[in-house]
Ligand binder design. Sequence first.
Ligand code: GLU
Length: 482
Amino acid sequence: MSVRVRFAPSPTGELHIGGLRTALFNFLLARKHSGTFILRIEDTDRKRFDQHSADHIQQALRWAGLDWDEGPIFQSQRIEIYQKYSQELVDRGAAYPCFCTPERLEQMRKAQEAQKLPPRYDRRCRALSPRERNQFLVEGYPHTIRMMVPEGTTSFHDIVYGNITVRNQELDDQVLMRSDGYPTYHLGHLVDDHLMQITQVIRGEEWLPSTPKHVILYHAFGWEIPQLCHVPNILAGRGQGKLSKRHGAVSVIAYMQEGYLPQAVINFLALLGWSPGNDQEIFTMEELIQAFSLERVAHTGAIFNREKLNFTNGYYIRQTPLAELACQIKPYLVQAGQISAEDTIQQPFLLQALQTVQERMKTLSEAPDLLSFYFNPPEVPASLLVPKKSTMEEIRASLAGAISLLSTIEDFTAPVLEKALRQYTVENGLATARVLWPIRAALTGKEASPGAFEVLQVLGKDESLRRLEKALTVLDSPKTLD
Ligand code: GLU
């Protein structure tokens, strides 16, 4: 049987990075087996439905390269189907209408809480006689449909968690249909997984406790149960809980905005909870598809490691051809006011400048800061111009010498500049830092930046000399030097 899997998010907020990982695992399995990857939007909770979220989920999946083969299928457009199957369960004696009012249920919940009991429906409406039940229905009392949990135990197998058995007395008579006529997740997903011939249900571990109820429903319908695979949560740190908003950005859109590349996020997420069985760290999507298997998903929660994500992102940024990277950083430069939206990004000055910082860029959003000195001449205090173990007089002298030398060079390119400046240090018996540090500091205003030769070349002779002269004036009348 060919593999058919689905990603079935509820559009109630921004797509969590853990949701993207669930989508990825589904996608990888489908591609590996030349199967079908379905996108199903589970939008039956009308109170929490958010159209923006439904759009954003699709945008995030496309961005990440997780194209789906069928869908998006919106459950809200399939209501009659769930109503039919809910009725079928009632007819089979596996579900029943519940007329309890929200107020009564709320009181019951509070009483259980006070007695430290798990919240559970007390099954009052199970005990209604057929006559009472019919009468209420005829009179049109609002009602939900609840599953009737049978006695005994329920067992199933999960690919990650192994064999699980629970006593049914621990299970609640779950609401399957709300009083507004929409199904709850529990019925909706199950009916769809069956009708859509899903072969593997891959989803977050938070659904594991509900799975026995789903298994009971499969039995009640007489349907085959797909393979089940619950993926452990992404943890914020060792001994910490699930990664959530209080730990920083968790929505995929936030990572997109911060300038993480989709390949990096995919590579990073794949290794969160799944292991290839060797120490390979960088994977193309094609390699992931080849290597992936559900059997190698670990059942311990995987820890979200931001440094590792940054490292991976830095790797992919370095791999990106310069012209392409330039297009990717353009929106950030425009937003920072460094260029305008009409400016072409493919101009030699910008490309060369970008090349000098590509190596150290961890996210695209760092570009404006890393490149800032190219756009705006920095204010450089004397304290930055003078490296440790040098005096101001020494630096003034070496800088003045360097300026005279640079003003004689016509071919203002990094190799020529490097040769000339190194010769200058040797001839004058100067430590390299005494010459290169103040030049670099004067040009960039930064403690850490690309090297002096490259920056000189990108800024060009006139602008470089202007900045160096200015630094010399600062050294002549320093405002601060501590
Ligand atoms: N709508 C559910 C969610 O967003 C889907 C769970 C499942 O994949 O079965 O968590």
